[in-house]
Ligand binder design. Structure first.
Ligand SMILES: Nc1ncnc2c1ncn2[C@@H]1O[C@H](COP(=O)(O)OP(=O)(O)OP(=O)(O)O)[C@@H](O)[C@H]1O
Ligand SMILES: [Mg+2]
Length: 332
């Protein structure tokens, strides 16, 4: 380990996942442990998820320290995901981070969850200046760096792509993703669903309602899945292509839970070829919510002195990625 290499512990708790990561300012991930809360039925209940996080936190922090072989006294800063996310869940992570920062007498760092998804993608794929599709359970947006910020080119006007596909899966009894996508591979007949792209923004609520209507009318489930998955992914590919053509950049990076999708990667691969661009996808371990992405982004913020006082360390349930000043962009 180099003398100037600093170690950051990062806590993720925005929604279903409680994650603890340990990463260094040299981009080494030393631990990435997590526990995912799964509701017995329906969607995530914020208070139940928060209880899960507070119960599991001590065990997961100890596990991360053990995996990394790092002693608490070696930690140079504590980072936490301050938003966007569910208030009760965010507050658990923030409270633990504040307590650790005080106990260890090290700086506290507030990390934007979406920015962290992007930074772990850049670190693990080695891409430099991509157009990013961040596609997950709660967020869907197309962004790229310009003049100190990740600028949002387009985003969902209502629900996220992951939420749309998960809600369809749960309502029809298939279960969460990737089940609806796996079912779609057996589909033969395509039904038109309301394809809504406005500029670079997308809307998925109409697609979901129309797909559920087909299901209730008795259309073969495989065909509904096929129509739904193809429609949702085509919309994502179209808006990403627009951003790529507009910026003239040569890399496309997919991050967030849906970056695991086989079919989305296929479509995006065909699209990037037309633009002589390269497709990069965050490795599966870092696709869904995880503590390593918070630790790594925290390390970048530590290098650029973007720390925060306990008094200012509020959680921000609606925190947008373009509110963050990205001072470290050319550090990588
Ligand atoms: N194999 C898979 N293929 C496609 N999608 C998947 C797969 N596995 C999980 N997902 C999707 O990933 C989503 C969860 O991703 P992630 O953990 O990044 O999201 P989130 O934290 O819920 O949302 P956000 O980052 O927007 O706050 C789920 O909604 C699910 O649809
Ligand atoms: Mg996420």
């Amino acid at each position: 380990m180099r003398n100037d290499e600093k170690i950051v512990l990062g806590i993720e708790s925005t929604a279903h996942t409680f994650g603890v990561g340990i990463a260094t300012t040299m981009g080494r991930v030393l631990a990435n442990v997590k526990s995912v809360y799964t509701p017995k039925s329906g969607g995530i209940h914020p208070r139940e998820a928060a209880q899960h996080h507070s119960h599991l936190a001590p065990e997961k922090i100890k596990e991360a320290l053990k995996v990394s072989g790092i002693a608490p006294s070696q930690i140079n800063a504590v980072a936490f995901s301050s938003g966007p996310g569910m208030g009760p869940c965010l507050r658990v992570g923030a409270t633990i981070a504040r307590a650790l920062s005080l106990k260890l007498s090290v700086p506290l760092i507030s990390v934007n969850h979406g920015v962290a998804h992007i930074e772990i993608g850049r670190l693990t794929t080695g891409c430099r200046d991509p157009v990013v599709l961040y596609v997950a359970g709660g967020n869907t947006l197309v962004t790229s760096y310009k003049d100190g910020r990740y600028r949002i080119f387009g985003e969902t006007l209502d629900i996220a792509a992951g939420n749309c596909l998960d809600a369809f899966g749960v309502t029809t009894g298939l279960g969460l993703m990737p089940n609806p996508e796996i079912k779609s591979y057996e589909g033969k007949k395509f039904y038109y669903l309301p394809y809504k792209v406005k500029g670079m923004d997308v809307s998925f609520s109409g697609v979901l309602t129309a797909a559920l209507k087909l299901f209730r009318e008795g259309v073969r489930l495989e065909d509904v899945c096929y129509s739904l998955v193809e429609t949702v992914y085509s919309m994502l590919t179209e808006v990403t292509e627009r951003a790529l053509a507009f910026t003239g950049k040569k890399e496309v990076l997919i991050v967030g839970g849906l970056s695991r999708s086989k079919r989305l990667k296929e479509m995006m691969m065909e699209m990037v070829k037309l633009h002589d661009a390269k497709l990069l996808v965050v490795p599966e371990e870092y696709a869904g919510d995880n503590g390593a992405m918070i630790a790594w982004t925290g390390a970048l913020q530590l290098l650029t002195n973007q720390t925060i006082s306990i008094e200012d360390s509020k959680v921000r349930p609606r925190y947008r990625i373009d509110e963050v000043e990205i001072k470290w962009f050319n550090y990588l």
